[in-house]
Write a protein that binds this ligand. Structure first.
Ligand SMILES: Nc1nc2c(ncn2[C@@H]2O[C@H](COP(=O)(O)OP(=O)(O)OP(=O)(O)O)[C@@H](O)[C@H]2O)c(=O)[nH]1
Ligand SMILES: [Mg+2]
Length: 211
């Protein structure tokens, strides 16, 4: 994997805008999906080499009863209403385009369109609201879109389920990679993307070998 994605940085600040290379000719689309407030926008923001496009709206009093509540609601002040968009250049010719999906159930109808032309996906999971991930996994399986699952550990998540327990709870088949991450940290977000790209590579190699 190229240094653009494998470099080890601990900062979560986006770097200065990097112009798209002249030789860039292949764009690979990756979607980050998952339930409300699992950290999708945070992940796209932390790994993107450009200032990402975020379609975030402030959650106001008017949204009470419409916008979701729960463990994340007290700290969360904005929510994605369309999608996030970021970019990582893999090498001179290949560019990864990252799309972060909106997490609230009332926007889930957008997901199927967002999955069109997607090479692979990251399902972000908050173990305090594990069932919010089921719909994402169902839709990806329906579209036959390869995916990896990343557990975004929150500081106030006291249950600290093991990866095996999470795999069981999500009924994840053994071949689907499951990793932990902190969506706020660039090196951690990149590790998730590397896991996905490795998974896609392994699937493509296996397909080539199948007569
Ligand atoms: N403690 C902690 N906070 C996090 C982590 N990841 C994200 N957050 C915070 O959690 C909040 C929700 O993150 P978002 O990135 O907006 O979540 P989202 O999945 O895009 O939310 P929606 O688009 O509304 O579904 C933000 O305030 C983040 O700073 C994490 O790993 N640990
Ligand atoms: Mg968001």
């Amino acid at each position: 994997m190229d240094s653009a994605i494998s470099e080890d940085s601990t900062t979560s600040e986006p770097p200065a805008r990097k112009p798209l290379g002249r030789a860039a000719e292949t764009g690979l689309k990756i979607v980050v999906v998952g339930g409300f407030g699992v950290g999708k926008t945070t992940l796209v923001r932390s790994v993107s080499e450009i200032r990402p496009l975020n379609t975030e709206e402030v959650m106001t009093q008017a949204g009470v009863g419409v916008d979701e509540t729960g463990p994340v609601a007290t700290k969360k002040t904005s929510t994605t209403v369309a999608f996030d968009f970021g970019r990582i250049s893999l090498n001179d010719r290949m560019v990864l385009y990252l799309f972060g999906a909106p997490g609230q159930e009332r926007f889930w109808f957008l997901w199927d369109r967002l999955f069109a032309g997607t090479l692979g996906a990251v399902v972000l999971v908050d173990t305090r609201r594990m069932s919010d991930s089921w719909y994402a996994i169902d839709r990806l399986e329906h579209h036959r879109t390869p995916f990896v699952v990343a557990v975004n550990r929150f500081d106030d998540d006291l249950a600290s389920f093991s990866l095996d327990e999470i795999r069981q709870a999500l009924s994840l088949p053994g071949h689907v990679p499951l990793v932990e991450c902190d969506a706020r940290l660039r090196h951690s977000g990149k590790h998730v993307l590397i896991t996905l790209v490795d998974h896609l590579h392994a699937l493509a190699t296996a397909r080539e070998r199948t007569p």
